[in-house]
Design a protein around this ligand. Structure first.
Ligand SMILES: Cc1cc2nc3c(=O)[nH]c(=O)nc-3n(C[C@H](O)[C@H](O)[C@H](O)COP(=O)(O)OP(=O)(O)OC[C@H]3O[C@@H](n4cnc5c(N)ncnc54)[C@H](O)[C@@H]3O)c2cc1C
Length: 352
């Protein structure tokens, strides 16, 4: 299939770029490896309510996501924070009321962030969108000829420009012909994929019993398996939910999902009382073992937010026709949802 711009990756960056190219009347195609849209944005639905297993927050001072949500007529609400915090020490003992509500001031999207992805996809013509179409190889055209992108199902896309809207580490795993220099591959591999090493659990209940006890749903634990817990309930009605980031290292999580879920229920019982040990559902998603997000390198935990942005080695590749384009390229908001939109803006400005 021939096109002007091929976008590889249907996460927030790739879909937002597609919307901009569509609005500008450009010819483009988008290929996504998974059989769903959204990439690191993943929202599960229970009884019509959305629960985020990837990102859930955005913040004041992030102008693009704020204006996108307005444009798409989506509503945000405040992360629940009122009430006491729980703390679990290294011996496993629970203490009430210690610490601060760390996520006060964060915003969530009504219905979950999957709503944003669905709205973006609805705006785009279906014939330009290709799910379950992983690209495996890119071949540079000679002088002005098209770049050829080969997919695992055997189809070939010919494009004048190619945008790699996938984490740079994952992109560095593609076959490039001619091969990208060692300097380019190293630069891409040195960029950690934000949150790729994490596992997140969302635990649902029939009642918000923690609120009834004057608790916010926030908890910090030095014992685990969840290290940091917050309220994940919908803006209105149930099922009510808590969510937590798993503190157990990735190599100890592998193949242990059922044991981990049991340990999570036990821990929540200790922190929030016996009713918490008997949830309706426990949803667990381990991003560290999802090959479309994480590589082995990502299993090493990050202790702070890396300084992101486009390194010199990842600029002007293949005569300016090959662009790295995930959130990790964002100089100001790299790693965040806002960074994915920042990078889509930046690339659209060079292409439109
Ligand atoms: C658990 C977790 C919690 C997070 N919390 C927050 C938060 O609260 N707030 C916040 O701002 N950010 C958060 N983030 C980060 C946020 O999710 C990302 O910034 C954002 O989703 C990145 O979007 P992207 O489009 O750049 O990349 P991605 O979402 O990674 O999209 C890349 C896409 O490329 C596809 N792909 C991969 N390989 C190929 C291939 N060979 N061919 C075709 N397609 C391919 C993938 O399937 C994927 O759909 C969190 C992330 C995780 C995992």
């Amino acid at each position: 299939m021939k096109t002007d711009v091929l976008i590889i990756g249907g996460g927030l960056a790739g879909l937002s770029l597609a919307c901009k190219l569509q609005a500008a009347g450009r010819d483009w195609q988008l290929v996504e490896a998974r059989d769903r849209w959204g990439g690191r944005i993943l929202t599960e639905t229970i009884d019509g309510q959305g629960y985020d297993l990837g990102p859930s927050w955005f913040w004041p001072g992030q102008p693009r996501i704020e204006s996108l949500l307005k444009q798409l007529e989506l509503s945000r609400f405040d992360q629940a924070y009122q009430g006491d915090l729980m703390y679990q020490d290294e011996n496993g003992d629970a203490h009430r009321g210690q610490g601060m509500a760390s996520m006060q001031g964060s915003w969530r999207l009504q219905g979950g962030l999957g709503k944003l992805i669905n709205k973006l996809v609805e705006q785009l013509p279906a014939e330009r969108l290709h799910l379950a179409t992983p690209v495996s190889k890119l071949s540079e055209g000679i002088t002005d000829a098209d770049i050829e992108a080969y997919t695992l199902d055997g189809s070939v896309f010919n494009a004048h420009q190619v945008v790699l809207a996938l984490p740079p580490r994952i992109a560095s795993n593609l076959i490039f012909a001619p091969a990208l220099s060692e300097q380019v591959i190293k630069a891409a591999q040195n960029i950690p994929t934000w949150m790729a090493g994490h596992a997140k659990a969302v635990i649902t209940y029939a009642t918000p019993f923690w609120k009834e006890q004057g608790l916010s749903g926030d908890a910090m634990s030095r014992r685990g398996p969840l290290a940091e817990i917050h309220d994940a309930s919908p803006v209105e009605g149930g099922p009510y939910a808590l969510f937590g980031f798993v503190g157990t290292p990735a190599n100890h999580r592998k193949g242990n999902a059922e044991a981990l879920k049991k340990a999570i229920a036990t821990q929540l019982g200790i922190l929030f009382g016996d009713v918490a040990a008997h949830p309706e559902t426990i949803m667990l998603y381990d991003w560290a073992f999802d090959p479309h997000t994480a590589m082995e390198l990502d299993q090493v935990p990050l202790h702070r937010h890396p300084v992101y942005g486009r390194p010199n080695a990842l600029q002007n590749l293949w005569q300016g026709r090959l662009h790295f384009g995930s959130t990790e390229m964002g100089a100001q908001y790299g790693g965040f949802l806002e960074g994915a939109l920042e990078v889509a803006d930046e690339i659209a400005a060079t292409l439109v």
